[in-house]
Design a protein around this ligand. Structure first.
Ligand code: HEC
Length: 123
């Protein structure tokens, strides 16, 4: 309830400032790059390719061997879901094998998501 109130009380200007910045997101994506290619194609790395991940079913990158948790996940990645996942991956999807510290910085999450979205729209 408190959380809902807090969200409702964010003034529009602040909510807008959380719009992702693609350039900052590109720099922040270095946190992900070692494990996640972001170029079109089927190649995966330690983690699955994230090109086009938004709009894709969770656990469905071709040729990648996911954990049971991601194989069983029955949803489509949206920016909102990705946002929550990055806030605390293991809390969002118990059993996920991705090793990433929670990202408490909401602006950083928004920036990374903006960059993934922009990079995914390029061939
Ligand atoms: C140390 C390696 C590593 C890092 C760093 C990492 N990931 Fe992952 N990620 C993984 C692995 C491994 C999986 C697959 C987990 C599973 O099968 O449970 C995964 C899964 C994912 C998924 C689900 C993909 C799908 O196809 O359903 C998303 C989204 C994701 N990571 C985003 C990110 C983002 C964004 C970052 C950077 C902020 C990041 N990851 C950093 C290893 C990593």
């Amino acid at each position: 309830m408190l959380a809902i109130l807090a969200v409702a009380m964010i003034p529009p200007a602040l909510a807008e400032s959380l719009e992702g910045d693609v350039a900052r997101g590109r720099t922040l994506y270095k946190k992900c790059q070692g494990c996640h290619p972001l170029k079109p194609g089927k190649h995966n790395s330690w983690g699955p390719n994230l090109h086009g991940v938004i709009g894709r079913k969770a656990g469905s990158a071709e040729g990648y061997g996911y954990s049971d948790a991601l194989q069983a996940a029955d949803f489509i990645w949206t920016a909102e879901r990705l946002e929550e996942f990055l806030r605390d991956p293991k809390a969002y999807l118990p059993g996920v094998t991705m090793v990433l510290k929670p990202l408490p910085d909401a602006q950083a999450r928004a920036d990374i998501i903006a960059y993934i979205t922009a990079a995914s729209s390029r061939d």
